[in-house]
Write a protein that binds this ligand. Sequence first.
Ligand code: CMP
Length: 216
Amino acid sequence: MSAEDTLFQKFGKEIPPGTVLVREGEPGKEMYVIQAGKVRIWKKVRDVEKVLATLGPGEFFGEMSIISNKPRSASATVEETARVLVIDPRTFEAMIRNNSEIAVRMIKKLSERLAEADAQIDTLLLSDPNSRVVNWILQACQARGRALEEGIEIDFQVRELPRELAVGEPAIRYLCHRLEKSGLIELSGDRLLVRDTARLFDYLRFLEAKLKFGDL
Ligand code: CMP
């Protein structure tokens, strides 16, 4: 039996899609490590669900409450059937104390999460909806783009974006259509290809300048 299976026998649960494992504002008594499936981390901001992240195998959540003894900072909903390890605070502390590799991996993940949160702040500070979408695409290229001969490819699910960017889906589709027509991007299914990120970055600067100077 693999180490993963042994851990699953001891701490594991299989959770169906739609289950809310963690609710914002409630006290937290355990953290979760995802072995399989997907979990959406979200917050309600003025009655709108804002997705902070979608986590997959090897990632964890729910650690903040048990480290700081504060209410849950966000909610977590299972998106695709998940196998999770449910870890109580004592076990968590013992794992960190006894295994420095786990501690180092957690620090790395937490700093990645902070970098993502900083990038989200950057995006939200852009007041123009088109700029927010273009900036999101550029950041996705940098953070998780796949380098191909033709350019940089990212997963791009338009349905996911409006909640993240507070831009309506029709507006995103219209902008993508214009970007595609001008040769800046190519869309096929849930994939988006940016041929030349420097050009797309120039376009973002152009949008920002237009907003600043109008038709001057
Ligand atoms: P906790 O506050 O216990 O419960 C909600 C969890 O969501 C939180 O711990 C983190 O594990 C996770 N979380 C909160 N903010 C983010 C974020 N910006 N990105 C990814 N995960 C987050």
